[in-house]
Design a protein around this ligand. Structure first.
Ligand SMILES: Cc1cc2nc3c(=O)[nH]c(=O)nc-3n(C[C@H](O)[C@H](O)[C@H](O)COP(=O)(O)O)c2cc1C
Length: 361
């Protein structure tokens, strides 16, 4: 019998992990220059190398995908050099790190994008409300330009290039961000995908974009180095329920398995006010997935151990607890109290609320 303890070593495909604790991907908006990772970011990730696996903040595969202020990219040579500092800092401490590839699609504002980039999405459906920009504060979301068929092909190629760049930068793998209302989920949802071409119009066609990205990235760097994050019933960035949600995800997951991806990472944001992901759906996705299955959202040590022992997942991801406790693994193991996260500094530049949380151990 494998040791199902949170703290037991395990494997993720070809990779040895020192424990079953994953650091959830978290946008921290500290890439001040040209979406390029820097020494401060290397320090932050190096501090958290005690995780079995770190998944970085959402990182754009292309200029059009950098919808938020100061998020990093991985399309340019300087960005690859910047990420090398991060991967080296983590590897030097024996950690493992995947980069999360996040194209924001319509969740963007031109003021947050580099010169020449534009807000694109499957269809010209604007996200309601406003978003923060460094230049002019809160601004309404623009109506995105609907991607042409050649734009769709180009973005798939951008994911492939970004994945190759990730390997060149020393990452152990990539996570495709298929969750939380960004570009991939914008293709999955009928609220944001009104296309009538090959990429929309039925559940099957709405699955086409994510499957093509998964297949192409797996072909480029090997499926064992690729995972995907999904958020059925998620409510982030204007996502709304639709009648075919269960059908969409139960059709998607076996098809993703056939592309050879290593893991599926399901996030339930009910601890942050989203609807709960129904347990039967989580269970069905778990059953349909032949390899590593990760759960995230609202876990503490006891609930994580229960999920592992009940066979509901193989690894457990922690977000806010890891943000506020770089030594989270040791604190959980020894039952030490946790620092509370400081919401005011989640996305602000500089070390405050980033690399200066007190360490207990
Ligand atoms: C500051 C912050 C930034 C986040 N950024 C991302 C992101 O870039 N990509 C992503 O998939 N999830 C993101 N999330 C969601 C987390 O990965 C995680 O799913 C969520 O915080 C729930 O887990 P927790 O209860 O352990 O914090 C973010 C969450 C926080 C608090």
């Amino acid at each position: 019998m494998p040791d199902l303890s949170l703290f037991a070593p395990t494997t993720l495909g070809p990779l040895a992990l020192r424990n079953r604790i994953v650091m959830s991907p978290m946008t921290r908006s500290r890439a001040l220059e040209a979406s390029t990772p820097n020494d401060l970011m290397a320090e932050y990730y190096g501090q958290r190398a005690g995780a079995g696996l770190i998944i970085t903040e959402g990182t754009s595969p292309a200029p059009n995908g950098t919808g938020y202020a100061r998020i990093p990219g991985i399309w340019s040579a300087p960005q690859v050099e910047g990420w090398k500092k991060v991967t080296q800092a983590v590897h030097a401490k024996g950690g493992r790190i995947f980069v999360q590839l996040m194209h924001t699609g319509r969740v963007a504002h031109p003021l947050n994008l580099p010169a020449g980039a534009e807000v694109v999405a499957p269809s010209a459906v604007a996200l309601e409300g406003t978003m923060y920009t460094d230049a002019q504060g809160m601004q309404p979301h623009p109506v995105p330009r609907a991607m042409s068929e050649s734009d769709v092909r180009q973005v798939i190629d951008e994911y492939v290039l970004a994945s190759r760049n990730a390997i060149a930068a020393g990452f152990d793998g990539v996570e495709l961000h298929g969750a939380n209302g960004y570009l991939i989920e914008q293709f999955l949802s009928p609220h944001t995908n009104h296309r009538t071409d090959a990429w929309g119009g039925s559940v099957e066609k709405r699955l086409g974009f994510v499957l093509e990205v998964a297949k192409s990235v797996a072909a480029a760097i090997g499926g064992a180095r690729v995972g995907i994050r999904l958020s059925p019933y998620g409510a982030n960035a204007g996502m709304k329920p639709y009648p075919e949600i269960d059908e969409t995800y139960t059709a998607l997951v076996p098809r993703l398995a056939a592309t050879g991806l290593q893991y599926v990472h399901v996030v339930d944001h009910s601890a942050m006010g989203a609807p709960q992901v129904p347990e039967p759906l989580k269970g069905a996705l778990r059953q349909a997935w032949p390899r590593t299955f990760i759960l995230a959202g609202g876990f503490d040590r006891a609930s994580a151990e229960a999920a592992l022992n009940q066979g509901r997942c193989d690894l457990v991801a922690f977000g806010r607890p890891f943000l506020a406790n770089s030594d989270l693994v040791t604190r959980l193991e020894r039952g030490l109290p946790l620092n509370a996260p400081d919401f005011a500094t989640f996305y602000t530049p500089g070390p405050k609320g980033y690399t200066d949380y007190p360490v207990a151990t």
